[in-house]
Structures are given as structure tokens and as C-alpha cells.
Write a protein that binds this ligand. Structure first.
Ligand code: ZN
Length: 633
């Protein structure tokens, strides 16, 4: 793809030009070369980041009359905080100057370029909690000097008097839009938020208290990592806090980790990375090893965005980025998604209940198309895609990114949404309406990262008791060297394995193409519907023709032979219901088709949620156990 070529071309000279081989770095040249090769191979991740930026204009600098419409220019890594007494504040990123009052009104975000300044723990808590709702816990807990490190006690005393904090973390309990949570925030002013015994103990107690009170935990991290002055005991806090998170997770409770600038070292490698949701702000540094350590090791200058939140998002390690001014609202919505009162709301909570399905579309009323006719109709430019149905069917949509392993796949959408008020985990394959959109989402063909993201979100849904809804429109899983290197087959197989044992309702709809294992990875649910012109096949008709007849030109003939229509799938017991499309295809009346999908999903989930989860699993296992045609004598 030309776009990717261009990115590769621009990346290569940059890395070559800054190469400084020599000295101790010689041993690291292989590592450097590997890294460079990986950067080139990862061009689809760059595309992912661009796609994200295009789809999320809200992740641009904070809005104001002055705000530029682009992300900040290269930002400094160590920057000054504004002088408290000054009337003016100068931004270290863009050098812009603003009134302190305006700056504070904008939550300490630059009005010119959107640079997010560091703020204190109490400012964080005040920004997201309901006024006067915070109750501190363990406020008197403080560090001792286990190694008798010279000057440590004096440093602690000085920081205590300067910051008014006993230690580098503030913990307690508070309300967000009336919903209680256990909450904590680290403070960069106190030894760069480093984790010694006192910080580890306070965070551990926060999770233990949350288990006792069955509350979610919200934790704002900012840390240089373990606290050197406390030696091995500070390292052990990583184990202690991770164990506390694990106990909280085992109870099915929610933990939101909000990573702020900078979150590094032992904190990134323990509780900060273990949230159900990992959220950050634009520009935040998140990493394990420090940038300078890595540059020294590989003897190369690293790109400006290295270890930034945007980099972590593109590499699959963050669920989403949010502007500071919108963080309270986002956190409130996430808490609501995990609160019993809105998980299965009564009708009174619904804005507009879906009408009871008045006789779901009946198969006999539909004209049965031949495979080749379906092929023509699903390739029409005006055919609604996942994004169209997303807006027509669901509300309160929160997209979640990343496989927590390698990347974020724009071909597979994952997130939370409400179907007539009911919280669901929504997964869908994304196609575009034109070439540019299709290039961004790889023509709806997911990479292994997409399937791994889907699997992660399926498991998360099950843990939280949410049903899963999958909307499928894919020619199949992405074919390519990188996809094979990263285990495309394994990634699909793990989705199937997960669905086979996922104790929560799963309903799926094939909107257009249901291509091969890449579609089945999302379609192995309790109920499957197909739009009346959709197809579901073991291989694309073109692939079928070239494999069996060595002539891809006989695609239409293959489509008519291979029994791929919704009617075929229904006769085989693979599809439960056919959702009617108007004559001429779904593009003629997207709203009516969306209504059909919505009715199918509502009915399916209502039926399934009436069953105990072991019964749902039993039925799903039996459903797929029964499929096949064979003879035995
Ligand atoms: Zn600025």
C-alpha cells in the first residue's frame, strides 16, 4: 500500500542517520537492527495510530479559542512546572504563554498546544471526585529507613513539609457522580512517586479494602518505579501490590488504572499494567526501562513519540486516551457500566425501549437470492458497514483498544455499548466505504492483534457478567507474512476455545461477508442471524474457484455452487434467523435493517439471560457438537 511505503521510507533514513555505533554499544547492534526491522514491519501499527487519530478527534489538544488543530510539536522530556507565584504560565512544549487563571481553568493543560502538565495527587482527586466526597485512609502511614541509607530520613522530612503529604501516594474512598469507589493517586513531587514499603502497603490496603467493601478501584499512577533507598524491600512491593490486584480481580471487581506522566519501571511492571482498563492522557510517558538507558544500550536516538501514550496505544497496551477535561465523565461512564443498577436496567432507565419484535422477519417472505446475486449486493458501495450500524443500533459507546501484547487492530472494533439500555461488550469487523477508509481498516481483515483484542474483551465481558454481541463483515482474516509470524491461526483458535467455554450469552450477526475462520472466530455464539443477502463461507468464492478449478475468474459460478447464502446456512442449522433486507440491498433502507438487527439481538439476549450460565454453555456446546454431515456403517 502506498501509504505504508511512504511511512517506511520516512522511517528508514531517520534510524540510519542517527546511528552511532561504537564502544559498549557494539554488542547491541543486533538489538538495534532488530528494533529497526521491527519498526519497518510495524507499519500497520502506524496506520492504526493514524486511524485512531482520524476516528477520535477528541484526542486532540484541549479545545480553546487558541488551540492548534494538531498535536504538539516535539515535547521536552524534563520540563519545568510553572512558578506558583507567576501571573503567567509558559508552556515548555510550545513556548506559548497564557494567563495562570485560564491555565488552571483548563485543568493545567496548555491552551495553545494541548500539552498536559503534571498535577498533584490532590488535584487529580479533586478533578474527578464529587465535591467533598473524599475520605482519606492510612494517611499517617510513612516510610522508615530500612537500609539506614544516608540522608533518606532528612529527605523524607523535607518532602513531607514541602508537599503536605506523608508519602508518595494518597488513598481513600470517594464518589464519582454518586457512585462509590476506592481511589488513589501517586504524586510526582514526592520522590517522583517511587514505590517504597509505605507506598506498597497503602496501595495493597486500598485493594484489600475494596474487596471487603466490594468496590471498584481507581488508581492514578505516576512513578519512577521502585525506591532505590529501600533496596530489595521496595522491589518486593511489586509482588505485594500485584497479588492484591489479583485478589481484587478474582472477586470480579473493577480496577481502572489511569496512567499519568510519567509511569515507569516497577510500577509499570506491577499494578499500573493490571487494570481492567488502562487509560492515559495525550503525551504521557509510559514504559519500563528509561529512554536514556535504552538509547545508551542500542546506541541510537529514539523517535520522539517513543514510550508516549500514543505509542503505547498503537502497540496495544492502552485501552484509550482521554483529554484531562473529559476524564471525569469517562470514569463515571465506566463505573456506570460496572454498576449493578445499569448492567441490567429496568425499562424505566431506558431512553426509548425497543418495540417488541412484531413477528421477526420470516424466511418464507424473503426471496431467496443465488450466491452470485448476494455477491453483487454485498459489494455495493452504499452497503451499510459496522460503523453505520454501530450508530444506528447502540448508545453510550466506548471503544477499547489493544491486545495488551503487540498492537491495536483497526479492522476489529471492540468496546462497550448499550443496546436499549442493556450493557453489552460489542465486537465487530470494520470495513470502509471507500479506498482510504478500507486502507485504514485493512478491508475488514483482522490481524492476530484483532483476534487477541476480541478474546481479551470476551473474557472481560464474562468476568463482569456482560453479554457479548458480534457484528461480522469480513472477507476473512488478514493474509500476510506479519500475520503468520504473529500467529494468525493460533489467535483465531484461541477465540474459538474461549467462546466454547465463555459463560455469558453471545449473539452474532453476519452483516455482509462471513469469510472463513476469520468470521467464525466471532460467530461461534448461542444465536446467529444473517442479513438476507449476507454470505458465510469456508473460503471466498474467488478462492474457492482458484483452489478447486484453478480459475479465479469463475468466482460467480463458485458463489452459486458453494452454498454460501443465508438460506443455505439456515438449512444447515448454522444460522438461526434471516434478517430481511429491502429489495436492492441493505443500502436502500439502513434504518429498517438496523431495526431488524436490534430486534434479533434484544430477543436473543432476553431469551439467553433467562437461562443459568451453565445451561447457556451446555446449549452452545451441543449446538456446535451437532454440526457435520457423514455416514457410518
Ligand atoms: Zn503548549
Amino acid at each position: 500500500m502506498p501509504e505504508q511505503d511512504k511511512q517506511q521510507a520516512s522511517l528508514q533514513p531517520a534510524s540510519a542517520g542517527t546511528s552511532r555505533p561504537g564502544g559498549a554499544a557494539r554488542n547491541s547492534l543486533d538489538l538495534a537492527n532488530t528494533l529497526r526491522r521491527r519498526v519497518n514491519q510495524e507499519s500497520h501499527l502506524q496506520t492504526a495510530a493514524q486511524a485512531y487519530a482520524a476516528a477520535h478527534p477528541e484526542v486532540k489538544p484541549d479545545g480553546s479559542s487558541h488551540a492548534a488543530d494538531s498535536l504538539p510539536q516535539p515535547r521536552p522530556f524534563s520540563y519545568q512546572q510553572p512558578q506558583p507565584a507567576d501571573l503567567w504560565v509558559k508552556c515548555p512544549a510550545c513556548k506559548g504563554v497564557m494567563y495562570r487563571e485560564d491555565f488552571l481553568t483548563h485543568h493545567s493543560v496548555c491552551l495553545h498546544c494541548g500539552h498536559h502538565f503534571r498535577i498533584s495527587a490532590r488535584e487529580r482527586l479533586d478533578m474527578v471526585l464529587d465535591p467533598d466526597s473524599f475520605e482519606a485512609c492510612d494517611a499517617s502511614l510513612e516510610s522508615v529507613n530500612p537500609l539506614n541509607f544516608k540522608g533518606y530520613e532528612d529527605k523524607l522530612k523535607l518532602l513531607q513539609s514541602q508537599t503536605g503529604l506523608q508519602e508518595a501516594v494518597v488513598t481513600g474512598r470517594g464518589l464519582i457522580d454518586g457512585r462509590p469507589c476506592c481511589i488513589g493517586a501517586l504524586d510526582s513531587r514526592f520522590m517522583m512517586g517511587s514505590m517504597g514499603s509505605a507506598v506498597g502497603e497503602k496501595i495493597t490496603r486500598l485493594f484489600e479494602r475494596a474487596v471487603e467493601q466490594r468496590l471498584p478501584v481507581l488508581l492514578f499512577t505516576v512513578s519512577g518505579g521502585a525506591r532505590m533507598q529501600e533496596g530489595l524491600l521496595s522491589l518486593m512491593q511489586m509482588a505485594k501490590t500485584s497479588a492484591a490486584v489479583a485478589r481484587h480481580q478474582a472477586e470480579g471487581l473493577l480496577y481502572i488504572a489511569f496512567l499519568t506522566d510519567p509511569t515507569t519501571g516497577g510500577v509499570t511492571a506491577s499494578f499500573a499494567s493490571l487494570g481492567n482498563y488502562l487509560i492515559s492522557e495525550p503525551g504521557t510517558i509510559i514504559g519500563f526501562a528509561g529512554r536514556r538507558v535504552i538509547e545508551g544500550t542500542i546506541a541510537e536516538a529514539l523517535p520522539e513519540d517513543f514510550q508516549r501514550a500514543e505509542f503505547q496505544l498503537a502497540h496495544g497496551f492502552l485501552d484509550l486516551l482521554v483529554r484531562r477535561s473529559e476524564s471525569r465523565q469517562l470514569l463515571s461512564r465506566l463505573l456506570a457500566y460496572h454498576s449493578q443498577d445499569t448492567l441490567y436496567p429496568s425499562c424505566s432507565l431506558q431512553q426509548k425501549p425497543a418495540p417488541a419484535p412484531p413477528g421477526l422477519p420470516q424466511t418464507p417472505d424473503l426471496r431467496e437470492h443465488r450466491g452470485s446475486e448476494c455477491l453483487d449486493l454485498i459489494h455495493l458501495k452504499d452497503r451499510p458497514n459496522f460503523n453505520d450500524y454501530l450508530q444506528l443500533i447502540f448508545t453510550d459507546i466506548i471503544e477499547l483498544h489493544g491486545d495488551r501484547c503487540y498492537g491495536d487492530d483497526p479492522a476489529l472494533w471492540g468496546g462497550l455499548a448499550r443496546l436499549d439500555g442493556r450493557a453489552v461488550t460489542l465486537l465487530g469487523t470494520v470495513k470502509g466505504h471507500n479506498l482510504a477508509e478500507n486502507n485504514r481498516c485493512h478491508f475488514g481483515m483482522p490481524h492476530p492483534e484483532g483476534y487477541r483484542k476480541a478474546r481479551r474483551l470476551m473474557q472481560e465481558a464474562c468476568r463482569c457478567g456482560r453479554p457479548v454481541v458480534c457484528l461480522i463483515d469480513t472477507p476473512g482474516a488478514y493474509c500476510g507474512v506479519g500475520a503468520e509470524e504473529r500467529g494468525q491461526g493460533e489467535a483465531i483458535a484461541r477465540c474459538l476455545e474461549t467462546l466454547a467455554t465463555l459463560a455469558t450469552p453471545v449473539a452474532a450477526v453476519i452483516l455482509g461477508e462471513g469469510g472463513s475462520g476469520g468470521a467464525l472466530a466471532l460467530a461461534m455464539g448461542d444465536r446467529l442471524a444473517m442479513l438476507s443477502n449476507a454470505i458465510y463461507s469456508v473460503i471466498s468464492p474467488r478462492g474457492y474457484a482458484s483452489l478447486l478449478w484453478k480459475d479465479p475468474g469463475r468466482e460467480r459460478e463458485a458463489a452459486d455452487t458453494a452454498r454460501i447464502t443465508a438460506f443455505d446456512a439456515r438449512k444447515m442449522g448454522i444460522c438461526d434467523q434471516i434478517i430481511a433486507e429491502p429489495e436492492g440491498g441493505a443500502g436502500r433502507d439502513p434504518a429498517a435493517v438496523a431495526q431488524g438487527i436490534r430486534a434479533f439481538l434484544n430477543q436473543s439476549l432476553a431469551d439467553l439471560l433467562a437461562l443459568p450460565s451453565d445451561r447457556i454453555l451446555e446449549q452452545r456446546q451441543a449446538r456446535f457438537r451437532a454440526l457435520g454431515a457423514y455416514r457410518e456403517s
